[in-house]
Design a protein around this ligand. Structure first.
Ligand SMILES: NC(=O)c1ccc[n+]([C@@H]2O[C@H](COP(=O)([O-])OP(=O)(O)OC[C@H]3O[C@@H](n4cnc5c(N)ncnc54)[C@H](O)[C@@H]3O)[C@@H](O)[C@H]2O)c1
Length: 265
């Protein structure tokens, strides 16, 4: 873990920070000096991330938040301001994947994916932007996916939700560019997290949940990547730290693949 001051004195909210990429980003943000609100629908897992941050002498606070719920997103921001006084960074990372081809996707699954992945990003952006406008400063990072840029069979709702996040990010960036708020999106490729393990397992066997990615599955996935490996949550967190920091002060409305070359091939 690299320690530094790139986010010194900044306050960040990371949604979905109880697991995977969000957890890694919360830890990296804190190790760069940010005070971090770890928000997750699963409070216990968010609290575990807070404990990890405390163990490296970082400052963090856990909040139970369901990003698909408007009141819950507003409360998440209000609690951040109560606790740390301001909020400069939002990493709208929380998301889920449900399998289904275009024809086989059930309407309830489509709506569930859209409510968390797309409405969740919109509602958390909507909740935080008034505070950022008051401050005249903010950096928002929205979590998309290479599924927004390339087709993958069996992921219709997920791909549509991630594609819309790219459009929403560009639209919002232009809307707030003059007022000090930068809004960018990250498009990760395959990242070794519980979500990916579940996604591959669902594709192979129905709906069974695997806690971590098997070596064989990981090797097969890696073959499709020009760099012949899949990514880690840290690989995405490093991009998030850059976009959260003032080093990216002239970057807004941009879409960043973090994908070992997948979208370049
Ligand atoms: N892992 C990958 O290969 C990959 C690739 C591209 C994009 N992504 C995206 O990155 C993000 C994080 O994925 P991950 O792989 O770390 O997943 P993960 O399943 O490990 O973690 C997701 C976290 O989000 C939380 N969450 C789910 N619904 C929520 C809600 N309604 N409100 C608040 N929190 C909620 C979960 O409790 C969990 O802690 C997602 O948006 C995902 O689509 C992941």
């Amino acid at each position: 873990m690299v320690r530094g001051t790139r986010l010194k004195d900044k306050v960040a909210i990371v949604t979905g920070s109880g697991s995977g990429i969000g957890k890694a980003a919360a830890i990296h943000f804190a190790s760069q000096g940010a005070k971090v609100v770890c928000a997750d629908i699963n409070l216990e897992s968010a609290s575990k991330t807070v404990a990890l941050i405390s163990s490296i002498k970082g400052l963090a606070h856990s909040v139970r938040a369901d990003v698909s719920n408007q009141q819950s997103s507003l409360r998440m921001v209000a609690e951040t301001i109560e606790h740390f006084g301001k909020v400069e960074i939002l990493y709208a990372n929380a998301g889920i994947h449900l399998p289904g081809s275009l024809v086989n996707t059930r309407l309830q699954d489509w709506e569930h994916v859209m409510s968390i992945n797309l409405a969740g990003v919109w509602l958390s952006n909507q909740a935080v932007i008034p505070q950022m406008l008051n401050q005249g400063y903010g950096s928002i990072i929205n979590q998309s996916s290479i599924s927004a840029l390339c087709g993958f069979p069996g992921s219709a709702a997920y791909a549509a939700s991630k594609g819309a996040i790219v459009s929403l990010t560009r639209q919002a960036a232009i809307e707030y560019a003059k007022r000090g708020i930068r809004i960018n999106a990250i498009c990760p490729g395959a990242i070794n997290t519980p979500l990916l393990a579940k996604r591959y397992e669902q594709r192979m066997d129905g709906n069974e949940h695997l806690p971590s990615l098997g070596k064989e599955t990981s090797r097969n996935a890696a073959k499709k990547y020009p760099m012949k490996q899949i990514g880690s949550a840290d690989d995405v967190a490093h991009m998030a730290v850059f976009l959260a920091s003032d080093e990216s002060r002239w970057i807004t409305g941009a879409i960043f693949p973090v994908d070992g070359g997948y979208t370049a091939a």
